[in-house]
Design a protein around this ligand. Structure first.
Ligand code: SF4
Ligand code: SF4
Length: 362
């Protein structure tokens, strides 16, 4: 371990991070993932190891927000550090190679690491026109996914687009966008939804794979339970106000200034499973609800078609009673939204409607 640590510790020192901080980070990561303390030491050993698993990262139909989220937080970042522990062999946004060189790098990475590499996908897969809506070097994303995925050890669908189809799949879904797991059925896939996803979730999943050679425990939507096991509402610091029936009515009223609940302003926290309320964003600085805006529900399927970001899920006639059954209410609201989405999608398809900005604001 000591010898293996040498390279990493030197690299950390250059970034102003002490060995102690790194060990503490690994222990925290293990605890976030509900693993025993010994797992933190195992993670540190795995990350410090000279064995660097190959990672191929393919961007499909996306906005690059997920890549920005993972790579563009603070500097130096411990999230960034994990990229010293893997061999990122192909990532079009970050790599220097272009054109034929880039294609050769991809072929070589697949050939050299068959059955062993982790495949990260961000973006949805366009299936309309045989995938021609979204191509790289003349090959559709669909074709590329079918070519690369069979050789991967595991797949990480990063962001809501890769996990569920995301915004490209929003009503009326002009490119017939689908998720990675809609196409690939015979590989272990972990979904890390969010628009964008939280960087430390990606770090945790990669650290788990590096350490144990497997994906962490997943929920029924393929998300790591450790990070998506509770709703935003479960851990929200405004929750006591919800339980007392104290709701902000506008974004600048006294209630909002006093930190009251944003439920009536459209917060989707009760039906959204993600770790924002505990992990927070920007190095733990804050998170959307703390900044005064309701949760949009970005880590849930079809969040874009959820009936309006500023429309309340339902009006709590008796908040105290509702608080006791919040999970049930949330689930019921989710089912209602999902039915409404399907109905709207069907109607839009039948009528070949064009979606306008006004539609999105409804
Ligand atoms: S509804 Fe939103 S703001 Fe209110 S307690 Fe739940 S998560 Fe927090
Ligand atoms: S608070 Fe909600 S909308 Fe905002 S990033 Fe977290 S899950 Fe997504």
């Amino acid at each position: 371990m000591r010898e293996q640590e040498g390279r990493l510790v030197a690299s950390l020192a250059q970034q102003g991070i002490s060995r102690r901080t790194f060990m503490k980070y690994c222990a925290t990561l293990a605890s976030m993932m509900a693993l025993p303390p010994s797992a933190g030491i195992a993670m540190a050993e795995a990350m410090a190891s000279s064995r660097r698993p190959s990672v191929i990262w393919l961007p499909f139909q996306e906005c690059t927000g997920c890549t920005e989220s993972i790579t563009r937080s603070h500097s130096p970042t411990l999230e960034g550090l994990i990229f010293d522990a893997i061999s990122l062999d192909y990532q079009e946004t970050l790599m220097a190679a272009a054109g034929h060189q880039a294609e050769e790098a991809l072929e070589k990475a697949i050939e050299d690491n068959k059955g062993k590499f982790v495949l990260i996908i961000d973006g949805s897969v366009a299936t309309g026109l045989d995938g021609a809506y979204s191509c790289i070097a003349g090959r559709s994303n669909l074709e590329l996914l079918k070519k690369v995925a069979p050789h991967a050890a595991a797949i990480v669908a990063m962001g809501s687009c890769a996990a569920y189809g995301g915004i490209p799949k929003a009503n009326p879904n002009p490119t017939a966008a689908v998720s990675v797991s809609d196409i690939i059925k015979d590989k272990p896939i972990v979904n890390i939804p969010g628009c964008p996803p939280i960087p430390v979730v990606m770090t945790g999943v990669l650290a788990h794979f590096l350490t144990f050679g497997s994906l962490p425990e997943l929920d029924k939507l393929g998300r790591p339970k450790a990070f998506y096991g509770e709703t935003i509402h479960d851990r929200c610091y405004r929750r006591p106000f919800y339980d007392q029936g104290k709701f902000a009515k506008t974004f600048d009223d006294d209630g909002a200034r006093n930190g009251w609940c944003l439920f009536e302003l459209g917060c989707k926290g009760p039906i959204t499973y993600n770790a924002c309320a505990t992990v927070k964003w920007n190095g733990g600085t804050s998170w959307p609800v703390e900044s005064g805006h309701g949760c949009l529900g970005c880590s849930e399927p079809d969040f874009w078609d959820g009936g309006g970001f500023y429309k309340a899920l339902s009006m709590p006639a008796n908040p105290l009673k509702l608080a006791a059954g919040a999970a049930v209410a949330g689930a019921a609201a989710g089912v209602a939204i999902s039915f409404a989405n399907r109905a709207k999608k069907g109607a839009a398809k039948a009528a070949h409607e064009t979606t306008t900005l006004a539609d999105l604001e409804k």
